[in-house]
Design a protein. Structure first.
Length: 337
């Protein structure tokens, strides 16, 4: 099999496209494959698929899967058509998506890598930049959304995800029946979720929803009430959210005085009579009407001039002065108070 036939078979080329020539650049570490189009072959508009006259040609280059240790570069003169409805547009080609500098097979390899490693690692392994890898991922998501079509959803879940040391948030919406992600948006504002309700779903899809699982984050509730019919009857909170709200309400109703009057308890014990919510003593302290967490130091002798800290219940650690050395024989010895 000649090199022309080999690469035509590898690329899956059909008429009117053929392999014109193949050159190997060993110093540059690449194999260059030139593709040609049959003269006079019709070209279609990418929007309406109508056969249109050719307006001009543009030189394009794509990266394909490597040939052994050499990169594979495809070159072709791609026609642009003049559509009476959509104007001048590039005619579609079978080996790549519009605007991409990589073939579909190369992007598939990159997506397989992205499922196993992070973007920086994939970029290093494939010799690409950060933006190039992100572009491959965005185009793959767009192709998946096109294949998805119209879904009839019944149960969805809404939650936020923090990353980068918990300073940034994204809103994630999932299909709970099929266990897949439907929508991801920056931040956790009202606009983040409204982008899905208003633009990502039709009126029929929003009306068909039977339950929406989410926490009681106010922007999410406001966005759902504004866009989903009968939202108050469809919003379902998780058990963790209900317990958290009940616990905070119990602490607020108990008041700050209930903490100071708590009986002495050992570490990890639970005082049901203190706040009525079963929080371990020593984990929460009231200060200025606000609950703050604090840590008590372990009881240990730290030598002359320092204090011995004792863990107490419901109050801060107290300091006990060190005992003075009285006799010469005991000079320099540490005596416990």
């Amino acid at each position: 099999m000649r090199d022309h036939e080999l690469y035509a078979t590898i690329l899956g080329l059909t008429a009117p496209w053929t392999v014109e020539r193949v050159d190997a650049d060993f110093l540059g570490g690449a194999v260059h494959v030139w593709l040609a189009r049959t003269d006079g072959a019709p070209a279609q508009c990418p929007e309406c698929q109508t056969t249109c006259p050719i307006y001009d040609h543009r030189e394009r280059e794509w990266r394909h899967l490597d040939t052994c240790q050499l990169q594979t570069r495809l070159h072709a003169r791609v026609p642009r058509v003049e559509c009476p409805t959509h104007g001048v547009l590039q005619s579609p080609i079978p080996w790549a998506t519009p605007g991409s500098k990589f073939t579909l097979l190369f992007e598939r390899l990159a997506i397989d890598w992205l499922r196993e490693a992070a973007v920086p690692a994939v970029a290093r392994q494939l010799g690409l930049g950060w933006d190039a890898v992100w572009g491959i991922e965005r185009r793959a998501v767009a192709r998946g959304l096109e294949r998805r079509g119209t879904l009839m959803l019944r149960y969805v879940g809404v939650d936020e995800k923090s990353f980068q040391r918990r300073y940034d948030f994204v809103t994630v919406v999932s299909d709970l029946e099929r266990a897949r992600v439907l929508f991801v948006a920056d931040d956790r504002k009202r606009e983040s979720l409204e982008a899905l309700w208003a633009l990502g779903l039709t009126d029929a899809q929003r009306s068909a929803l039977e339950a929406i699982a989410m926490d009681m984050w106010v922007p999410y509730v406001q966005a759902t009430r504004a866009q989903v019919p009968g939202a108050d009857q469809k919003i379902a909170s998780t058990a963790f959210t209900v317990r958290s709200i009940s616990t905070r309400a119990s602490i607020a109703c108990a008041g700050p005085s209930s903490v100071t009057s708590a009986p002495r308890a050992t570490r990890g014990s639970t005082a049901q009579s203190t706040r009525g919510c079963g929080i371990p003593i020593g984990s929460v302290r009231r200060r200025g009407g606000r609950s703050v967490r604090y840590a008590t130091a372990r009881s240990r002798w730290r030598g002359p001039g320092r204090s011995r800290r004792r863990r107490t219940c419901g109050s801060t650690a107290t300091s006990v002065p060190p005992a003075p050395s009285s006799a010469a024989g005991t000079s320099g010895r540490r005596t416990r108070a």
